[in-house]
Design a protein around this ligand. Sequence first.
Ligand code: SF4
Length: 238
Amino acid sequence: MLPPDVAARGDELTRMDPGALLAWAAERFSGGIVCLSALGAEDCVLVDVIARGTLPIPIVTIDTAVLFRETYALWSRLERRYGIEIAGIRSDLIPDGGPTDPSIDRLWERDPDACCRERKIVPLRRELGGRQAWITGIRREQSEARRHAQPVEWDAAFGLVKVNPLVTWTAADVRAYLTAHDVPYNPLHDRGYPSIGCEPCTSPAAEGEDGRAGRWRGREKSECGLHVAPATLVGREP
Ligand code: SF4
């Protein structure tokens, strides 16, 4: 459940622009907050806002070991551009420099839910353990599952506050921000990939398709499990 002081400021928080909301979150959850960057276009906006405001918010990304090479290049580019570290978090089954554990090798072919769980959710749960809040770049128009996301909500699955500063932004808003501030972004976005995840599970989306249509194409799956938790919306009872 949301802390009472956060719930009490619900209306005010929902009206804040991303910079103000992130500054509030950095202070309210000082030392206990982290920004999860998936290195998508929205995440590049958040990195820029955090760096521009010199906000004391650590940034991490989940390294599944099967990201696009363009994504790895963007990761380095953002770090160089802003002089920051974006820490990679990994499954223990993917040792740095070592072979991937056979139990998850090409697991996306056999059981993508299990693959996402082992490569993404397990390391994220470890990263979020002991923290009070996390920040994400999800937007409502990205998919039906994200339609009701709020700027500040209780994440029941991970047991902490979730801050989504860009929930009301459109894809055009994101693109305008990236252009206006010359923010680095993944060149795959210009090649028909509105949403970019792991290489084996991401394809381009056609004109008019849902922004996440290229993720796990041909399967029922549309989320990796990070953002489907039932949430307590700010100012509401669970
Ligand atoms: S997106 Fe695909 S490769 Fe990446 S963790 Fe999920 S199932 Fe595995």
